[in-house]
Write a protein that binds this ligand. Structure first.
Ligand SMILES: NC(=O)C1=CN([C@@H]2O[C@H](COP(=O)(O)OP(=O)(O)OC[C@H]3O[C@@H](n4cnc5c(N)ncnc54)[C@H](OP(=O)(O)O)[C@@H]3O)[C@@H](O)[C@H]2O)C=CC1
Ligand SMILES: O=C(O)C1=N[C@H](C(=O)O)C[C@H](O)C1
Length: 269
């Protein structure tokens, strides 16, 4: 059997990081090679699998050089600042990066794209197979229903989420806008309050719910005259995001430099 693929994690102590540790330890073709946290993290020095009552032999560190030292691919689910700080080091080391972190501005996304000219970089606001199949359903619905149907995107997440709308909701909006020959920036409505006036045709509306431990729900409504179509995806666990990220990491480790999405790794284009 080939040697296992050595995977480093950034944001390794987080909700996604710990799910990834669990899935990497369960995969015979993968090996955890580094677990990066930020310098203020309370869990530095702890074994990355201690939360499972196990030892992985890899300790949480804030030293990026050390965490990436033996890695063949990096998977990052941290925060925007953390992901961006890692870019130059990954470029310098020619290390492929899977970025699941969300909340990047258009300018920050351009930075990621630029790094993709030098290393294989896959950036996906949602690494779930199901959500990425839904993206294709949305493109088809948007093309075939056209502008007679008002599009509203409602997302719900746990109380700890720091960005809104979710990266997935924004990607859904982009997919729909593009399928209708628009740019999301020109048609998006992110909030409504007070005397808003009637809904303008051709807009894509967003609504955000935050509460409790909701893992991640997305519903897209196409509202027409006398009917409404809803396409929804609901997560009950983070395991499918983690499994999608590992699929992406295996695929990306064999690709040339480029800026990729989950649709490339899943061959959904
Ligand atoms: N693409 C996808 O499919 C998915 C994407 N996400 C996205 O992944 C990201 C992480 O989500 P989640 O695991 O729930 O978040 P958590 O808050 O649970 O975990 C974040 C991790 O990043 C660390 N961290 C916090 N601040 C920084 C920083 N400034 N620099 C580096 N590391 C930092 C945290 O350490 P500490 O706790 O010590 O502060 C922790 O290890 C979010 O952007 C979320 O939207 C989430 C799920 C699926
Ligand atoms: O923060 C989360 O939890 C999630 N974030 C991603 C997003 O912003 O779309 C993906 C998923 O919805 C869970």
């Amino acid at each position: 059997m080939a040697a296992p693929l050595r995977v480093a994690l950034a944001g390794a102590s987080g909700r996604m990081g710990q799910m990834l540790v669990q899935e990497i330890l369960a995969a015979p073709d993968l090996q955890l090679s580094g677990a990066l946290l930020h310098a203020q993290s309370a869990r530095l020095g702890e074994d990355a699998a201690a939360f499972m009552g196990r030892s992985s032999g890899v300790r949480f560190t804030a030293d990026a050089g050390q965490a990436l030292q033996d890695a063949e691919v990096l998977i990052d689910y941290s925060r925007v600042e953390g992901s961006l700080q890692l870019l130059p080091l990954c470029v310098q080391r020619r290390l492929p990066m899977v970025i699941g972190t969300t909340g990047f501005s258009a300018e920050q996304r351009a930075q990621l794209q630029a790094a993709g000219a030098q290393i294989p970089l896959l950036c996906a606001p949602n690494t779930s197979v199901g959500v990425n199949v839904v993206m294709n359903l949305l493109a088809q619905a948007a093309r075939q229903l056209g502008s007679a149907y008002d599009v509203e995107i409602v997302e719900a997440h746990h109380r700890h989420k720091v960005d809104a709308p979710s990266g997935t909701a924004l990607q859904m909006g982009e997919v729909i806008a593009q399928a209708q020959g628009q740019r999301l920036a020109d048609v998006a409505v992110y909030s409504r309050e007070g005397h808003t006036g009637a809904r303008e045709a051709g807009r894509i509306g967003f609504a955000t719910v935050r509460g409790g431990d909701i893992v991640g729900d997305h519903t897209v409504m196409f509202c027409g005259a006398g009917e409404r179509i809803e396409i929804a995806h609901k997560s009950s666990s983070r395991i499918h995001y983690a499994q999608g990220a590992l699929l992406a990491a295996r695929w990306l480790s064999k690709q040339p430099a480029g800026f990729y999405g989950m649709a490339d790794a899943l061959q959904l284009r």
